[in-house]
Design a protein around this ligand. Structure first.
Ligand SMILES: *Cc1c(COP(=O)(O)O)cnc(C)c1O
Length: 401
């Protein structure tokens, strides 16, 4: 019998794991047989840098990968899934409503689209061409919060209006003002606090949105800003939460999330049609969040500190070299090892060191902070990789002194 006839008789398309012509193909065997990175010639590395998009963010939790695999075998309705997952997520983060988006950036675009359109599907289709539609078209932002991610907002056709003080906010507000946007990681770079921002929004009946993309840990930030009264809260799924890198969350008021979903797949003729999240990653994001909320964060912190100590101990005795552990106040809050040296005593530039680590075996990525200064984090490492990083760094410094 021809293979095609066999399939016709079976009446189904064979899936991995089925027996066709007595040939058993299980996903496990396939995975063992193929090292796709090697096949493709793609370099892999120990990530001693952090959760960088260009380094593919984070490694998904095993539970997330399992959720993706197990939900890939059946169909469901995308909206039905987002409804049910959204309810679970909202309960975990103490918001009225929530939806899984294609990252934090997409959460911002979609959230603002919802603010602009409300439940009017005609308006949904008009975004980003706002002129003459009756839709609002301005977003107010503090000057110090303008670090590039506001492109997510201007993608809707809105323009940004920059302010520095509360008085300037009140002066800038007019009948075109759609949103007051706040960037948590830059909150020390603006004169207006979170609470003041929220109360300005409430006073003028304008929704407030906050970007907390890289602001867990602490885990409590997942609900802090919902509790504080921000109408929309946006976060990345593929950073510290170790969900799919192409997923994130839009949390907040139910009427606004309902409106944002009108701009989301499966609906076409929308600004968000290209921001699709497949069903597996919708579930994967939920599982990542659920695990993250219930996780032992103190144990994680201890583990990260232990790894930092391993690396620090291996190199701190070199003359002319200093190590210290710093904890960022905002964003990527994790013990971060800074290594600086006197170029007269340690004769290697940080750029050369970075390249040597990158081209060595195993390949290692660190952060180059300029002339004689590098930094490292350990939260994206696999077990045992701290010792490998310590060994390689020691070798490099030994050659340089
Ligand atoms: C990473 C990041 C984003 C983008 O998030 P994605 O999940 O990659 O879309 C937005 N804002 C800030 C501050 C970020 O750090």
């Amino acid at each position: 019998m021809q293979r095609r006839d066999l399939l016709k008789n079976l009446g189904v398309i064979p899936l991995a794991g089925m027996s066709v012509n007595g040939l058993d193909i299980t996903p496990k065997e396939l995975a063992v047989k193929r090292n796709l990175f090697e096949e493709l010639g793609v370099r892999t590395f120990i990530n001693a840098a952090g959760t960088y998009t260009f380094m593919t963010g984070s490694l998904m939790q095993d539970e997330v990968v399992e959720a993706i695999r197990s939900t890939s075998k059946e169909f469901c309705l995308l909206d039905d899934l987002q409804d049910k997952v959204g309810e679970k997520i909202a309960a975990l983060v103490k918001s009225e409503s929530a939806v899984v988006t294609a990252g934090c950036f997409s959460a911002m675009t979609l959230g603002l689209a919802g603010v602009l359109s409300g439940m009017d599907t005609k308006k949904v289709a008009q975004i980003p061409h706002l002129e003459g539609t009756g839709m609002k078209s301005e977003v107010i932002i503090q000057k110090g919060h303008n670090v590039g991610y506001s492109q997510a907002l201007t993608n809707t056709g809105c323009k940004m209006v920059f302010v520095e003080t509360k008085e300037e906010v009140e002066k800038a507000i007019n009948d075109k003002t759609a949103l007051l946007w706040f960037l948590n990681i830059q909150s020390d770079q603006g004169k207006i606090t979170h609470e003041e921002w929220v109360s300005l929004g409430k006073k003028h009946n304008i929704p407030t949105m906050i970007d907390i993309a890289a602001d867990v840990p602490p885990v409590s930030n997942l609900w802090k800003f919902n509790d504080m009264g921000f109408d929309l809260v946006c976060i990345s799924g593929g950073k510290a939460m170790r969900g799919p890198q192409s997923a994130g969350l839009l949390m907040g008021k139910k009427n606004l999330i309902d409106a944002a979903r009108l701009s989301m797949p499966p609906r076409g003729s929308t600004i968000g049609r290209g921001m699709k999240v497949n069903k597996e990653e919708v579930v994967g994001m939920y599982v990542a969040l659920d695990h993250y909320v219930k996780h032992d964060h103190a144990a994680d912190w201890k583990m990260w500190e232990g790894r930092v100590a391993t690396i620090s101990k291996a190199i701190s005795t070199f003359p002319g070299l200093t190590t210290d552990i710093r904890i960022p106040k905002l964003g990527n809050i994790t013990p971060t090892l800074h290594v600086e040296w006197d170029p007269a005593k340690v004769k290697i530039s940080s750029k050369q060191l970075q390249e040597n680590l990158r081209n060595g075996s195993p390949s290692i990525e660190i952060v180059n902070n300029g002339e004689n200064h590098i930094s490292m984090t350990t939260w994206m490492m696999n077990p045992g990789e701290d010792a490998k990083v310590a060994k390689r760094l020691k070798e490099e410094f030994q050659k340089a002194v």
